[in-house]
Design a protein around this ligand. Structure first.
Ligand SMILES: C[S@@+](CC[C@H](N)C(=O)[O-])C[C@H]1O[C@@H](n2cnc3c(N)ncnc32)[C@H](O)[C@@H]1O
Length: 406
């Protein structure tokens, strides 16, 4: 199945060999970038199964007699009379749905919810979305599970405002999956690959879940960014904060902060103050709410382009008589940081930079850029956030070399 469903590329490879292959890839990428001894072995996941606490499942009509018969045979409820519906993963490189009853990496409760939604749809005659024709109602279920709290948020994405018998739908879903704590309807009528639309209504429960990460509590709604592998995120953040070497005197810039998770953990673990910046306004609203929710008063969050923000900050600090020592923690998207951001970072001249990346190739490129501006990398620590795939997360610690001028 793995070779078809498009999810895991390395599921047939023993986990130890997957880690060795990732170490070899990192050595290749960082040859000539990090000095000998700086690159550490990857930190593997204690249990590399069912780690994804966010599961996105599309629904589609079963086409052709064979597919319909197979879908009906897979029904847990044999008395269902509605349309035969497929749910699972897309075949690699296509939009063809491969029905899957189980998955090695998805959270098992979340997977059970996606299957229960399909069964309820079939029982109640709810049409799945047909992406070619743009017809039908239910497009996706997005299920998020609180790693520590166990709370479960289900977002049903519909192609239209109406969700007939929504109360009965929720009742039936909670009866089948009693761990579901809240259900939200998201309306997306656009013919696009983007999963969520802008309009939402809460159908059941509070409309969000809470989860605990590194001892702090985070509020997760259907649109919030939250790491999909929360258990290993604690390993990643513990390592990043340790490398930041916070001793109570430094101000931390959390660049590309999302909902503020890294900055808030830094605020709780030795930063004198934190300023977070992200370009997405809703993420900044969530970050501020998360700070308030945790009673953290020394963290502020700005909605801005990170490069523009860094340039302005560098100009302000140049005028300060005795600026506080600064540590920049940065976690850009896969494309890495822009040259403008890196130049502004060099002008800001923090004593340390902790660079977290989900694409070590762009991270190595950016470290080369920072080396030309006088920064030296002393540690590169890969962390396996996505077992059975070829993705690697990596933390790099950089410091301004002796004699380097901002
Ligand atoms: C990998 S996520 C990191 C999120 C966060 N640090 C976390 O761990 O939850 C990258 C973030 O960069 C933000 N981003 C992308 N381009 C940006 C830009 N030019 N300026 C500021 N933020 C940006 C995205 O909105 C996203 O939240």
């Amino acid at each position: 199945m793995s070779d078809r469903c498009g999810g895991c590329t390395a599921v047939e490879v023993p986990y130890a060999d997957q880690l060795a292959a990732k170490d070899a890839r990192m050595a290749e990428l960082f040859a000539g970038v990090a000095p000998a001894g700086a690159l550490r072995p990857i930190i593997g996941m204690a249990d590399p199964t069912h780690y994804r606490n966010k599961v996105i499942s599309p629904y589609a009509p079963a086409r052709g007699r064979g597919a319909r018969q197979a879908a009906r045979a897979a029904r847990s409820d044999k008395s269902a009379h509605g349309p035969a519906i497929l749910t699972g993963m897309y075949e690699r490189g296509t939009h063809r749905l491969i029905p899957t009853a189980s998955c090695l990496i998805e959270n098992e409760q979340a997977k059970a919810v996606t299957l229960a939604v399909r069964d309820i749809m079939e029982r109640h005659g709810m049409e799945p979305y047909d992406e070619d024709a743009g017809t039908g109602l239910v497009r996706h279920a997005v299920v998020r599970v609180g790693h520590q709290s166990g709370e479960v948020l289900v977002t049903i994405v519909t192609n239209g405002d109406e969700l007939p018998a929504s109360k009965a739908f929720c009742r039936e879903l909670v009866r089948r999956c009693p761990f579901v704590t809240t259900v939200v309807q998201n309306v997306n009528t656009r013919q696009t690959n983007v999963i969520l639309g802008d309009e939402e209504r809460v159908l059941y429960g509070p409309g969000f879940i809470l989860d605990t990460l590194c001892g702090l509590s985070f509020r997760i709604s259907s649109q919030s960014f939250y790491q999909v592998s929360a258990g290993q995120t604690e390993v990643l953040y513990d390592e990043a904060i340790r490398l930041a070497g916070l001793d109570g005197t430094q101000h931390v810039i959390d660049a590309y902060c999302g909902t503020g998770t890294i900055g808030l953990v830094a605020a709780a673990r030795g930063a004198a103050g934190v300023t977070g910046v992200d370009v997405v306004e809703s993420a900044i609203r969530d970050a501020r709410a998360n700070a308030a929710h945790n009673g953290i008063g020394n963290a502020q969050f700005m909605a801005a382009d990170a490069a523009v923000f860094m340039r302005a900050l560098a100009a302000r600090r140049a005028d300060e008589a005795d600026p506080a020592p600064l540590v920049v923690m940065m976690d850009p998207p896969r494309s890495g940081a822009s040259p403008e951001f890196l130049d502004a970072l060099a002008a800001l001249a923090p004593e340390r930079v902790v660079y977290i990346s989900c694409d070590p190739a762009t991270q190595a490129r950016d470290i080369r850029h920072l080396a030309r501006a006088g920064y030296e990398v002393s540690v590169v620590q890969p962390v396996d956030m996505f077992p059975h795939t070829d993705h690697i997360e990596s933390i790099a610690l950089l410091a301004r070399s002796e004699g380097a001028r901002p």
